[in-house]
Design a protein around this ligand. Structure first.
Ligand code: ZN
Length: 56
């Protein structure tokens, strides 16, 4: 987490965190991003279809 709190609010690493992560020998970016942005979360959201009811 960073003191600028951008990372905490957005769930994405801020420029400060990105600078640190980039300096690592093996930067595993996906471990620093909130689960909300992972593909499996999108899949969960759209797992079920919403049936539209047309009223005439
Ligand atoms: Zn920051």
């Amino acid at each position: 987490m960073c003191t600028c709190i951008e990372w905490q609010i957005t769930g994405l690493p801020c420029v400060h965190a990105a600078a640190f992560i980039t300096s690592l020998d093996l930067p595993l970016w996906h471990t620093y991003v909130d689960d909300y942005y992972h593909v499996y979360r999108y899949e969960c959201i759209f797992l079920y279809n919403i049936n539209i009811i047309i009223l005439i």
